[in-house]
Design a protein around this ligand. Structure first.
Ligand SMILES: C/C(=C\CNc1ncnc2c1ncn2[C@@H]1O[C@H](COP(=O)(O)O)[C@@H](O)[C@H]1O)CO
Length: 288
């Protein structure tokens, strides 16, 4: 029990509405226990309440580091792509193109496609961000990351990819890439976030997935045909960037128009209610 209470001379010890007497009065204060030497019992370090504090601190640190990066796009793709693979060159071109279009580039900070996109961004003189993840095998950031934040928890890191990006560009990758792609699509599909552009780069790799989504998923009613419109497939890195810029602008304009319409409808409803109120609304107490 907390002992943040007040001794009441001759009348026990008060903690808010609680009055403690005799054996219930604590013998030490919170400060005494906090400042006492290290305890041998460290179970609390591994308990959920302490974990929650660590999770909270990941959000605080992440928000603090990224809040002022400006316009950004998240780029995803395989951690295993070697620098001599054509997909790596594609990633470099995407990173460079995004910077030239005025965006910072956010990746997972690891090797492969992530390194390619960071390389393109950094070499083009833009902001190259890496959101790393603590893994059982030591990894480190790729050398092209200029602003790095490391996360213990995948879910905190994934929040940052969405919160600080105006679009996702996804190059060929495996489970990690699929996870990032489908999380974005689910967030938009369920209207948990406002729609943002999601571009797949590399039809040779992604076309099979899109065919399966169309043939298996739509046909069996697992997704609707409109859900597929959330994804754009291109081969050219410049096209990927152009789509993020143009579709992003369209979506923002639509969002702003929707907000204006909602405000106008609300104002009109308020005006109509006011009018009705004077004509046949309930009488005020003074008029009763
Ligand atoms: C497996 C290897 C390295 C792992 N290192 C990673 N570092 C940072 N981010 C990673 C890493 N692995 C996966 N990710 C995230 O998932 C996506 C790539 O996953 P995939 O399964 O390789 O497609 C990527 O976008 C990251 O955000 C090998 O050296």
């Amino acid at each position: 029990m907390s002992d943040d209470g007040v001794p009441v001379p001759g009348n026990g010890y008060r903690k808010g509405p609680v009055l403690l007497r005799r054996g219930q009065v604590p013998t030490t204060t919170t400060d005494q226990r906090l400042l006492a030497g290290p305890s041998k019992d460290t179970d609390w370090l591994h308990g959920d309440p302490w974990r929650v504090m660590r999770i909270q601190s990941e959000f605080v640190e992440g928000f603090g580091a990224l809040a002022e990066i400006g316009k950004a796009v998240s780029v995803f793709g395989s951690a295993r792509t070697s620098p001599d693979h054509p997909d790596y060159a594609l990633a470099v071109a995407v990173g460079r193109g995004l910077v030239e279009a005025g965006y910072a580039v956010i990746t997972g900070g690891g090797p492969g496609i992530m390194a390619g996109a960071n390389q393109g961004a950094s070499q083009a003189g833009g902001l190259s961000v890496g959101l790393g993840i603590e893994l059982p095998f030591e990894q480190g950031f790729n050398p092209w990351v200029d602003l790095a934040v490391n996360f213990r928890y995948f879910f905190a890191r994934k929040t940052m990819f969405v919160k600080y990006a105006e679009g996702f560009i996804v190059l060929p990758g495996g489970f990690g890439t699929f996870d990032e792609l489908f999380e974005a699509l689910t967030l938009v599909q369920t209207h948990k976030v406002t729609e943002f552009p999601v571009v797949l780069v590399g039809s040779e790799y992604w076309q099979g997935l899109l065919d399966w989504l169309r043939q298996a998923c739509i046909q069996r009613g697992m997704i609707s045909p409109a859900d597929l419109d959330l994804i754009t497939l291109v081969d050219d890195p410049d096209e990927a960037v152009a789509h993020v810029v143009e579709r992003g602008a369209q979506l923002r304009a639509a969002e702003e128009a929707a907000v204006r319409e909602a405000a106008a409808a609300e104002a009109q409803a308020a005006a109509e209610t006011g009018t009705r109120g004077t004509v046949r609304g309930p009488r005020t107490p003074s008029g009763a």
